[in-house]
Ligand binder design. Structure first.
Ligand code: ZN
Length: 343
């Protein structure tokens, strides 16, 4: 607890006059929520794996350490700064996601070669200095909404040979929200995932279900497994809930952080939520850019889908109906189809 509070305070979040006292009070909770909001995370005031990872990464400033390619990849806001600068200068380093990937190493060596520096792919003071000086020279390029280049390029226009990863979120002890009719989110997610897998396989796609049974998996292990299969497209399935039983409708999410968004992700998420709202008559809650691990960690293209609210009694009954689940899976497929057709 003190560690979380110390990190929040170092990032400039107000913890009240009691400061980092080790107690989880209202000031700490609102500081966590504010941090989550700023990082485009789910703002529930709870420090789970995703928020903890972001807290650690937010603590790294450019120049704190040498940056280079290693496994596991280095990650943090210092990497994010490096990616932003290189991207603004026209060096393609893939998604600006704060992860030092092989693509970033290529961009770093290209920059070093161009700048007449030692070409070693290691970012220390010399390379950072040069990046900073180019910034001071007055760069007209904006630092927000840098479009991705290769991100999201699938290279296929039909389901045949398309690799689609599907993650039914939660599972095991981690059941997610439980609706008044008894449906748990983990079960609703899995039912939809299995149905979607059947339809996609029939259409000729290769499908990988991250879980096929009621098992729990740590978040980042789960992302690693999903990524290792090297999908073209990854779909993470959740169901929404809210404190008001009136909240209803379908929404979808794509990767974004404070200075970057996946344009391909936004397009795919848009086609999917359009199809669900049109075909099932759900309220269209549109697409939203988020920095969730399930969107950030899985390359090249990941979206998260929430077809409805388990906290809305009428919608929850629909979401638990196997016949409706088939139609939801069909709609998601139609959304992917529309994306592929318009690449
Ligand atoms: Zn969920």
């Amino acid at each position: 607890m003190v560690d979380i509070q110390t990190r929040l305070a170092a990032l400039g979040f107000f913890l009240g006059k009691e400061g980092a006292d080790g107690f989880f009070g209202p000031h700490t909770e609102s500081a966590i929520r504010a941090f989550q909001q700023r990082r485009l995370l789910f703002a529930d005031g709870i420090v789970e794996d995703n928020t903890w990872t972001e807290l650690v990464e937010a603590g790294y400033e450019p120049g704190d350490r040498l940056l280079y390619l290693r496994v596991p990849y280095m990650r943090g806001d210092d990497v994010l700064y490096l990616q932003r600068r290189l991207d603004e200068l026209g060096f393609d380093c893939g998604p600006v996601d704060g992860i030092f990937s092989p693509l970033l190493e290529v961009a770093v060596t290209e920059f070093q070669r161009n700048a007449g520096l030692t070409v070693d792919g290691i970012v220390g003071e010399t390379t950072l200095d040069r990046l900073r000086r180019l910034q001071k020279a007055g760069d007209p390029l904006p630092s927000v909404n840098i479009p991705d280049r290769m991100d999201g390029y699938v290279g296929l226009d039909s389901f045949s040979g398309l690799k689609v990863g599907i993650d039914a979120a939660h599972g095991g002890r981690e059941r997610g929200y439980q609706a008044a009719n008894g449906t748990t989110e983990k079960d609703a997610n899995l039912a939809l995932a299995k149905q979607l897998a059947v339809l996609l396989a029939e259409a000729g796609a290769e499908v990988n279900l991250v879980r096929e049974t009621d098992t729990s998996m740590p978040l980042y292990e789960r992302m690693e497994a999903a990524n290792a299969w090297e999908p073209h497209i990854h779909i993470c399935l959740h169901h929404a809930y809210a404190s008001s039983p009136k909240a209803r409708g379908a929404a979808s999410y794509y990767f974004a952080n404070s200075g970057y968004m996946s344009k391909a992700g936004k397009r795919l998420a848009g086609y999917i939520v359009d199809a669900i709202s049109t075909e099932l008559g759900r309220v269209d809650l549109h697409t939203h850019g988020r920095n969730y691990a399930c969107l950030r960690e899985i390359k090249p293209l990941a979206v998260m889908v929430e077809p409805g609210f388990l906290s809305c009694p009428e919608e929850a009954d629909e979401l638990a109906d196997p016949k409706v689940v088939v139609r939801e899976a069909e709609a998601i497929m139609h959304g992917i189809e529309a994306y592929l057709a318009r690449l």
